[in-house]
Ligand binder design. Structure first.
Ligand SMILES: [Ca+2]
Ligand SMILES: [Ca+2]
Ligand SMILES: [Ca+2]
Ligand SMILES: [Ca+2]
Length: 383
């Protein structure tokens, strides 16, 4: 009924504007890679030919098409999982080829997997045990001691909190930070003294001046529950105070905690809802995918995080990005792939964001018990 629509827009021009000018959304092209059920994926140039490759579980996939795949090893299945909960690229043996760091809940071991010098896909990758650290929920890499090099920080619920520093090729030093920790882990400078602090489920640990020999003071200023890995530490609202973005790894909810300080310097935290419609926000990334120079939040629901036993396990799965609306002081949710399992895409426990084809736009690479998929970032939709 074109006549009727025309007269409505004459009467209410603002109505037409508000309906036809939503916040622009990125378009993603979905690209199937493999029907594997590893939950972690990393991106790096395995064979040093200047194309980025994908590494997930027992396979690596040659860029730029990711159709040629090569066997890395034969990790045995543990219950319904593989003991492979991170894919952190790091040249551990200093031979100029990137290896990766992983570890698992069941074997309680961190290990590095050596990218072999010869073979280019014909040789399996040697496994090296780093340390028996306790059940590994997942692992992240941050420069904890501030020397400009990444350290390895496993989340070991119920076990001591520590970071591992690569001190010489193949050799790590373990520095214990706290006697125990819960589910969830983050890193960032909470108190603005220039030193990155560690965030655990029941508070934050203040980095001492000497981050190797000093003691880390726990400030129990919040309780995050069964929190995501990572917990994001970033200044969400632009007031120069570091805030937190926290997913519930095994329950419903995604929140941000606003840091405020009163005039005596007393810190407090205000919890704000980002999204309570989904559960199993286990893995979050804070990265600029829109290309405006400011980071967005990329996350989603992990498919079968606890093999169907978590609240919301029967719900649709999804991968999303959230932009910050400064005027309304809230996050805006954008779908990348949501819907019933098999239609939407779960996020796994460790996903990667990388510009795979040098387009200048960052793509999202997601593993999980519902397969390995790339979402190529095609920029903003043209209307
Ligand atoms: Ca390559
Ligand atoms: Ca190496
Ligand atoms: Ca600090
Ligand atoms: Ca802030």
């Amino acid at each position: 009924m074109p006549m009727r629509r025309a007269s409505l827009s004459l009467l209410f021009p603002f109505l037409l504007v508000s309906l036809t000018a939503p916040e622009p959304a990125l378009r993603f092209r979905r690209y199937f890679v493999a029907a594997e059920s590893y939950e972690s994926v990393g991106v790096f140039d395995v064979d040093k030919n200047d194309t980025l490759d994908i590494v997930s579980g027992d396979f690596w996939y040659e860029g730029p098409h990711f159709r040629q795949r090569h066997l890395i090893g034969n990790e045995p299945r543990k219950d319904q999982y593989f003991d492979d909960f991170s894919t952190i690229p790091m040249d551990v043996n200093a031979d100029g080829r990137l290896d990766f760091i992983t570890g698992g809940w069941f074997d309680q071991t961190l290990r590095w997997v050596e990218n072999p010098a010869a073979g280019n896909g014909k040789t399996q990758w040697p496994l090296h045990e780093i340390s028996k650290v306790g059940n590994v929920e997942t692992t992240r890499a941050w420069d904890v001691d501030g020397d400009g090099k990444l350290d390895i920080v496993p989340n070991n619920p119920g076990h001591p909190l520590k970071y591992l520093k690569l001190v010489s090729p193949g050799k790590f030093q373990t520095i214990t930070v706290a006697p125990t920790q819960g589910h969830g882990l983050g890193f960032g400078d909470i108190n603005g003294d220039g030193r990155g602090d560690l965030i655990v489920s029941d508070g934050w640990l203040e980095a001492p001046a000497n981050r190797i020999a000093g003691s880390w003071e726990l400030h129990k200023e919040f309780s995050l529950g069964t929190a995501s890995v990572p917990v994001i530490a970033a200044d969400v609202n632009g007031d120069k105070l570091t805030d937190l973005v926290v997913g519930q790894g095994h329950n419903y909810g995604l929140h941000w905690y606003e840091q405020t300080k009163n005039n005596t310097g007393q810190r407090s935290w205000t919890k704000h809802v980002i999204d309570e419609k989904n559960s199993q926000y286990h893995c979050l990334e804070w990265v600029d995918i829109t290309g405006d120079g400011r980071p967005e939040l990329v996350t989603g629901k992990r498919y079968r995080a606890h093999n169907g036993k978590d609240p919301g396990a029967e719900d649709s799965v999804g991968l999303y990005y959230f932009t910050w609306n400064a005027a309304q002081k809230q996050f805006v949710k954008h779908d990348i792939a949501s819907g019933p399992a098999g239609v939407g895409k779960g996020t796994g426990i460790y996903f990667a964001v990388a510009d795979l084809h040098k387009t200048g736009r960052k793509d999202i690479i997601v593993a999980g018990k519902d397969g390995l998929t790339i979402f190529f970032n095609e920029g903003f939709q043209r209307k």
